[in-house]
Design a protein around this ligand. Structure first.
Ligand code: UT7
Length: 349
C-alpha cells in the first residue's frame, strides 16, 4: 500500500500487459450456528421433504445475536489474504445486500479491521449478482491503475432481512461470506479472469425487493406497510428469469473468452436453488461431474455464494489448478452476470 502524506491511497504504475485481473487468494467463512430443515419445520408450515426436493437445501448457517455482515466479511477477507502470497491491498470492494447500516458503507469498517486504513473501500449493491459486479469493478480499479491488488468480498446476512414467517424465503436464504484477492497480471496466466458479462432489467425490480427502508418509504407521501421492511421474492417468476439470464450470460462469457462450452471443467453458479443450477447446467450441457455445489450445506448466501463456493471447492480439491471455470449469478435488480477464469495454483487454499 502506498499512502501520501494525507493518508490517501496513491495509484500504482505497471506495465500495460499486466492489466488483466488475476485471482491470487481465496477464503470463505460461515458462522458456526447451523439451522436444519427440521428446525425450520418447528416454526413454519413446511417439511424437510419439501425443502430438500424444491431447493436442494438440508442445512444453512446463521449469524448469532450481535453479529453483523462486517463480521462475516472480515473473517472471509482475513482468510483470503492468508491464502495470498502478496498481502498488500490497494482497494477493498464489498458486495452486500445487508450492510451493517444504511450509511456509511460497510467496506471501510472491514478494511480498517483488516489493517487496511487509507485504501479506497466501498460497497456494491447488486444483490446475488454482487460478486460478479464486484469482479468487473475490481478489474476496472486494476486496469485504471487505482490499485495493483484488490480484496473483493461477498458477504450477506440474509437472515436479518427475510421474514422469519415467510416459508418461501426463510427456508432458502442464509448467512455467509467469501472473498478473493485479485492482482494485476497477464491475460494468459493461470487465474486470469476473462471478460465479465453483466446485465440488468429494472422492469422486474418488484420480483425481489425490500420495499421499505429507502428514500421512497421515508418520504412523507408513503408510509411503511405490513411486512414491507422484509425481503420479498416472487419465487416462480424469479426462477424462470434466473434460468434464462444465467444461461444467456454464461454463453456470452464463454464466447467472449474465446472458449466453447465443452471447454468448461467447472461450473460455479450462484447457489440460488439446486433446481435452478441443474436447469442452467442442463441448458448449457455441462456434465454432472463438472458442476460445483454447496447449496445443500449453506443455502442461498446472496453475494457470498460464488466466492464461498470457490473457497470450499478449492479446499476440498473439487476445484483444482488448471480447471477452466465458468461463474454465473443472478439476483434482484434484476441483475446478472457471468465470467470465466482458469483456476490458479494458490499458496494455501
Ligand atoms: O438468489 C437469487 C434469486 N432467487 C432465486 O433465484 C430463487 C428463485 N425461486 C425459487 O427458488 C423457488 O421459486 C422457490 C423455492 C422460492 C419456490 O419453489 P417453487 O417450486 O417455485 O414453488 P412455488 O412458489 O411454485 O410454490 C408451490 C407451492 C405453493 O403452494 P400452492 O399455491 O401450490 O398451494 C407454495 O405456497 O409450494 C408452497 N410453498 C411451500 N410449501 C412448503 C412455498 N414455500 C413452501 C415451503 N414449504 N417452504
Amino acid at each position: 500500500m502506498t499512502l501520501d502524506q494525507g493518508g490517501s491511497y496513491m495509484p500504482v504504475r505497471y506495465e500495460e500487459r499486466e492489466r488483466a485481473v488475476v485471482v491470487a487468494g481465496v477464503g470463505g467463512w460461515v458462522p458456526p450456528d447451523v439451522v436444519t430443515n427440521d428446525d425450520l419445520c418447528a416454526r413454519l408450515d413446511t417439511s424437510d421433504e419439501w425443502i430438500r426436493t424444491r431447493t436442494g437445501i438440508r442445512t444453512r448457517h446463521v449469524i448469532s445475536p450481535g453479529m453483523a455482515t462486517s463480521d462475516l466479511a472480515f473473517e472471509a477477507g482475513r482468510r483470503a489474504l492468508g491464502s495470498a502470497d502478496d498481502r498488500e491491498i490497494g482497494a477493498v470492494v464489498l458486495a452486500t445486500t445487508t450492510p451493517d447500516r444504511p450509511c456509511p458503507a460497510t467496506a471501510p469498517d472491514v478494511a480498517a479491521r483488516l489493517g487496511l486504513v487509507g485504501v479506497p473501500a466501498f460497497d456494491i449493491s447488486a444483490v446475488c449478482a454482487g460478486f460478479l459486479y464486484g469482479l468487473a469493478t475490481a478489474a476496472g480499479l486494476i486496469a485504471s491503475g487505482t490499485a495493483r491488488q484488490v480484496l473483493l468480498i461477498g458477504a450477506d446476512a440474509f437472515t436479518t432481512i427475510v421474514d422469519p414467517k415467510d416459508r418461501s424465503t426463510a427456508v432458502i436464504f442464509a448467512d455467509g461470506a467469501g472473498a478473493v484477492v485479485l492482482r494485476a497480471g497477464r491475460a494468459d496466466e493461470p487465474g486470469a479472469v476473462g471478460p465479465v458479462v453483466l446485465g440488468s432489467d429494472g422492469r422486474f425490480a418488484h420480483l425481489i425487493q425490500v420495499p421499505a427502508g429507502g428514500s421512497r418509504q421515508r418520504s412523507r407521501s408513503r408510509s411503511c406497510g405490513p411486512g414491507e421492511e422484509f425481503f420479498q421474492m416472487e419465487g416462480r417468476d424469479t426462477f424462470r428469469q434466473a434460468v434464462e439470464r444465467m444461461s444467456a450470460a454464461s454463453r456470452h462469457a464463454v464466447e467472449s473468452a474465446g472458449w466453447s462450452l465443452e471447454d468448461v471443467d467447472r461450473f460455479a453458479a450462484h447457489q440460488a436453488n439446486a433446481r435452478i443450477l441443474e436447469a442452467v447446467a442442463d441448458e448449457l450441457a455441462i456434465p454432472a461431474g463438472h458442476r460445483l455445489s454447496n447449496i445443500s450445506r449453506v443455502g442461498n448466501t446472496g453475494a457470498a455464494s460464488i466466492p464461498l463456493l470457490l473457497a470450499q471447492a478449492a479446499e476440498d480439491s473439487s476445484l483444482a489448478e488448471g480447471h477452466r471455470t465458468l461463474l454465473t449469478a443472478f439476483g434482484g435488480g434484476l441483475a446478472w452476470g457471468a465470467a470465466t477464469l482458469t483456476w490458479p495454483k494458490l499458496p494455501t487454499a
